[in-house]
Design a protein around this ligand. Structure first.
Ligand code: ARG
Length: 467
C-alpha cells in the first residue's frame, strides 16, 4: 500500500487516483475467485513474454532468469495451496505479478513491459481452452471406442428401429450404436476445427494498438505453440469468437449426449426393457424398494440445458461490444469454465458406462415382433414379384389390418391367409418376414445388415487408430 497525499492508492493502476476504490466496487470488479484457474496459462504466457523481452534486448538475461524462477516458484506455491489470493489485486494477472515483485523486488515490475492485461487475458483463455479441447477430444474418442466395441459385440442383436417413436423396421443394435459414433465424430471434427481457428497468438497486441517496444510476436507465438501471431491488434484483444465457437461445439455435443440419454432412459424402463445399465451407474429410491433409476443419463440430459444457456450468455455478452477490449469480457470465464466442466464430466460418465451396457436380446426381439416391423419387407417382396410399390403398400396395409384384428404378426399368418391379399405371395415369403432376413436384406453402405455394421466398425477402428 502506498500513501499519496494522505489517500490510499494500493492498486497497481492507482497513480492517477485520489481516493481508494469503494469496497463494493473492489468486490464487484474482481475476477480472482474464478480466473485463478488460469494460473498455469498466465505463468506460461508470462515466461514466454519475458523470454521474448530478453531476446529483443529489453530485459537482461539475469533479469529474465529472476522473473522465470520467481514465476515457477509461484506456480509451485499455488499448486501446494499455500498461495495467498487477494481480491484487492482483482485478477489472476495482478495477483501473480504482485507476488512476483514481492518475491524478486523491482525486477518483477519490468515483466509488464510491452504488454497489457488485455492481450494477456486473451492469451490465457486461448491457452486454457486449447488445453481443454485436447482433453475433450480424447474423451470423445474414448466414448467412440466404447461404442465401436459395443457395436461389434451386438452387430446381430435385433431391436425395433423407430420413427415417430413408433415401431418402423428391425435394426441391429450395433447399427444404432454406430449412429451415435457418427454423431460424436462430427463433434470431434467441430472441436478440432475450433482449435485450429483459435490457435493464433494475441500476445503483443498490448492494450489495443500494439507497443512501442521492438517485440517479436512470432517468437512468443512459437514458444506458446500457437501457429502464428494474430494479424490485427484491435481484433486480438476484442475477439471472443473462439469462446462462442467452442460453446456452440459443446452445445451440439450436449444435444447428442442428451438424445443418447433420452434413449437410455426409455430403454431401461420396464415398458421397453431393452438394456440394463450397471448398478454402479444407477441409484435407488428412498421409498420404492424396487427402483433402479438411470440417474446418470437423466442428469446428462438435464445438464445439457446449462450448456445451451451459457452459449446464449456468451452471444449476449459479445453483441454490441465496440472494439477493442471492454470489461464486459471478464464475464466470458464463468460460462466457459462451467461448459468445460460439464462436457468433461458427461463424456467421462458415458465413456465409463457404455462398455457395461447389457442388451436384453429376447425382450428386444419380442418388442420388434409387436409392431409389424417387417411390413416394408413384404411390400418390397411384392415389388420384386412385379407389383408397383404403391399397390404393394396398399396390399400390405390390408394384411396388417387383418393381423391387428387377429392379434398376429405377418409371419404368423398362414400362406393361404396371406395369399388372400395377393396371389404373388409364395412359400418363400416367410424368409422375408423373419427379423434376421429383414436386417440382412439391407445390405449396402450405411444399411443395417450385420455385415455392414461390421464394415462400419472396421472403418471406425481404422479412423480411431489414426487419432
Ligand atoms: N480480469 C480481466 C478480464 O478477465 C483482465 C483484463 C482487464 N483489463 C482491463 N483493462 N481492465 O477480462
Amino acid at each position: 500500500m502506498t500513501q499519496q497525499n494522505g489517500k490510499s492508492t494500493d492498486r497497481m493502476w492507482g497513480g492517477r487516483f485520489s481516493e481508494a476504490t469503494d469496497a463494493f466496487v473492489e468486490r464487484f470488479t474482481a475476477s480472482i475467485d474464478f480466473d485463478k484457474r488460469l494460473y498455469r496459462q498466465d505463468i506460461q504466457g508470462s515466461i514466454a513474454h519475458a523470454s521474448m523481452l530478453e531476446k529483443v534486448g529489453v530485459l537482461s538475461l539475469d533479469e529474465t532468469n529472476q522473473i522465470k524462477d520467481g514465476l515457477i516458484e509461484i506456480q509451485s506455491e499455488i499448486e501446494a495451496g499455500t498461495f495467498k489470493w487477494s481480491v484487492a489485486l482483482e485478477d489472476i494477472h495482478m495477483n501473480i505479478e504482485a507476488a512476483l515483485t514481492q518475491r524478486i523486488g523491482s525486477v518483477g515490475k519490468k515483466l509488464h513491459t510491452g504488454r497489457s492485461r488485455n492481450d494477456q487475458v486473451a492469451t490465457d483463455i486461448k491457452l486454457y481452452v486449447r488445453d481443454e479441447i485436447d482433453q475433450i477430444l480424447q474423451l470423445i474418442r474414448k466414448l467412440q471406442q466404447a461404442l465401436v466395441d459395443l457395436a461389434e459385440r451386438e452387430n446381430s442383436t435385433i431391436m425395433p428401429g423407430f420413427t415417430h417413436l413408433q415401431t418402423a423396421q428391425p435394426i441391429s443394435f450395433g447399427h444404432h450404436m454406430m449412429a451415435w459414433f457418427e454423431m460424436l465424430d462430427r463433434d470431434y471434427g467441430r472441436f478440432s476445427d475450433c482449435r485450429k481457428r483459435m490457435n493464433v497468438s494475441p500476445l503483443g497486441a498490448a492494450a489495443l494498438a500494439g507497443t512501442t517496444f521492438p517485440i517479436d510476436r512470432d517468437y512468443t507465438a512459437q514458444l506458446l505453440d500457437f501457429d502464428r501471431p494474430t494479424n490485427n491488434s484491435l481484433d486480438s484483444v476484442g475477439d471472443r469468437d473462439f469462446a462462442i465457437e467452442f460453446s456452440a461445439s459443446g452445445s451440439l455435443l450436449m444435444i447428442h449426449l442428451s438424445r443418447f440419454s433420452e434413449e437410455l432412459v426409455l430403454w431401461t424402463s420396464a415398458q421397453f426393457d431393452f438394456i440394463e445399465l450397471p448398478d454402479r451407474f444407477c441409484t435407488g429410491s428412498s421409498i420404492m424398494p424396487q427402483k433402479k433409476n438411470p440417474d446418470v443419463p437423466e442428469l446428462v440430459r438435464g445438464k445439457s440445458g446449462r450448456v445451451f444457456g451459457h452459449l446464449s450468455s456468451l452471444l449476449m455478452l459479445m453483441k454490441s461490444q465496440p472494439l477493442a477490449y471492454n470489461k464486459d469480457n471478464q464475464e466470458d470465464k464463468e460460462p466457459l469454465f462451467d461448459i468445460i466442466d460439464t462436457l468433461k464430466d458427461c463424456l467421462f460418465a458415458y465413456g465409463e458406462m457404455m462398455p457395461a451396457v447389457i442388451c436384453k436380446k429376447e425382450s428386444m426381439v419380442a418388442a420388434t415382433m409387436k409392431g409389424y416391423a417387417t411390413a416394408t419387407d413384404l411390400a418390397d417382396y411384392l415389388v420384386k414379384k412385379g407389383l408397383p410399390f404403391r399397390d404393394a403398400h396398399e396390399v400390405v396395409g390390408k394384411a396388417v389390418g387383418v393381423g391387428i384384428q387377429k392379434g398376429l404378426d405377418l409371419s404368423e399368418l398362414t400362406l393361404a391367409q396371406l395369399q388372400e391379399f395377393s396371389e404373388l405371395i409364395q412359400e418363400d415369403v416367410f424368409s422375408v418376414l423373419t427379423l434376421a432376413g429383414s436386417l440382412n436384406a439391407r445390405d449396402h453402405h450405411g444399411g443395417t445388415a450385420p455385415n455392414q455394421v461390421l464394415k462400419a466398425v472396421a472403418a471406425a477402428r481404422e479412423k480411431l487408430s489414426r487419432s
